[in-house]
Design a protein around this ligand. Structure first.
Ligand SMILES: NC(=O)c1ccc[n+]([C@@H]2O[C@H](COP(=O)([O-])OP(=O)(O)OC[C@H]3O[C@@H](n4cnc5c(N)ncnc54)[C@H](OP(=O)(O)O)[C@@H]3O)[C@@H](O)[C@H]2O)c1
Length: 362
């Protein structure tokens, strides 16, 4: 199957991720006629610029998927849960950006550089991970070639576009208001985000962690097929427009030198090393924004963990963290001849019985 023959729906085309998906399709010279832009009824009739053309936005209804091959869905989980089964029923491969299906056993959760083969057992829906999981799991996949990983501790610094278009508008409005000396009333977030940050991404759970923090743990385990991986995250929202950054501490089964870690990172597809701290050369969100790579730097021996490394990463949450990963999943399906579900699709058993019990307690 030639990818350029596919008819593609971008659902959520007016949103932060949908807009970047359209940009990426344009960069790949996908003809406008092959794209159907969908959003809510509120946006029906709007036009979205696409190169020299304009693509009309239509309401995402079940019948709108008739005759299409692939649906990239970037809307809330609640909307995805309604639309995705309808699209699959009509023969579409659904690649879903949200959290609706990620942990379902019949749904592969894929970062092509790490577990591309998992697309082979899809039954109509493939999920992409959360935008903090994707760069982390790439780094872990690169480094476990040096030694098995025992545990990971991570603190994230997440941009506002991770929440969507409305959060970016809120940041920009609050910055303008604050500079005029006016008070601001948050609506998307629980606190002002301009000139501030807060350790809350998603709702708090009974164990004191947030939904986002627990998502990272579950998703990393599923993608790496390592149900016993210990992971503790603290997710922080920061007043940055695009790109999430992470401070990561990894404990290995045996000692890994920073030099061999750098070599493994350099060899791994999709990772770019920026690691010359003496020249103040390390990843930043501003430098990573608009780029496809996961940028890694400040690789060093951890002073607390005996066999540990510490490092820093930044990654564009709208590109590799969302739209790019989704497009690369489609490339992987085309390459492996599984755009349509295989009749003998199997379900993955991503975690061991013990770890599954642990997961369901949380
Ligand atoms: N932002 C990120 O970095 C990121 C990364 C990974 C995954 N994701 C996931 O991607 C999804 C979209 O995120 P986003 O940041 O793009 O959000 P966003 O900017 O808020 O955009 C939401 C999109 O959903 C559409 N929508 C709302 N209700 C709809 C309905 N009933 N039917 C069809 N479309 C509807 C909106 O259309 P209207 O304009 O018509 O309302 C808009 O296009 C979320 O599930 C998010 O978790 C986001």
């Amino acid at each position: 199957m030639n990818p350029s023959d596919l008819r593609i729906a971008i659902v959520g085309a007016t949103g932060a991720v949908g807009q970047v998906a359209l940009q990426l399709l344009q960069e790949r010279n996908t003809p406008a006629e092959q794209i159907v832009a969908m959003a809510s009824a509120r946006s029906a009739g709007k036009k979205i610029a696409y190169g020299r053309c304009e693509i009309p936005v239509t309401e995402a209804t079940p019948d709108a998927f008739d005759g299409l091959d692939v649906a990239f869905i970037s809307v809330s989980a609640a909307v995805s849960k309604k639309l995705a089964p309808e699209a699959v029923k009509r023969g579409c491969l659904v690649i879903d950006d949200g959290s609706a299906f990620r942990m379902e056993q019949s749904v592969p959760l894929v970062v092509p550089e790490v577990n591309g083969t998992d697309v082979e057992w899809h039954a109509g829906v493939i999920s992409i991970p959360n935008c903090t999981t994707t760069p982390l799991v790439m780094v872990l996949a690169a480094l476990r070639q040096c030694s098995s990983i025992r545990s990971v501790t991570v603190a994230t610094y997440q941009s506002v576009t991770g929440t969507g278009g409305k959060a970016l508008a809120e940041l920009l409005e609050q910055i303008a208001a604050s500079l005029r000396g006016k008070s601001v009333t948050p609506s998307v977030y629980p606190h002002p985000i301009a000139f501030n940050l807060f350790p809350q991404v998603g709702a708090f759970l009974e164990n004191g962690y947030t939904q986002e923090e627990m998502k990272m743990m579950h998703e990393v385990r599923k993608i790496l097929h390592q149900g016993n991986l210990a992971l503790s995250a603290t997710c922080v929202r920061v007043p940055v427009e695009i790109s999430h950054s992470e401070a990561v501490h990894i404990d290995f089964e045996s000692k890994v030198s920073p030099e061999s870690a750098r070599e493994s990172l350099l060899r791994f597809p999709g990772i770019t090393l920026l690691d010359e701290p003496g020249k103040s050369l390390y990843p930043t969100p501003l430098q990573a924004a608009g780029k496809d790579s996961v940028f890694v730097g400040r690789v060093r021996q951890d002073l607390v963990l005996k066999s540990g490394l510490a490092l820093w990463l930044s990654c564009d949450n709208l590109r590799k963290g969302a739209a790019l990963d989704a497009l690369q999943i489609l490339d992987e399906c085309v390459k492996r001849g599984c755009v349509k579900p295989q009749t003998n699709s199997r379900q993955q058993q991503p975690v061991t019985a013990t770890s599954a019990a642990k997961l369901s307690d949380q």
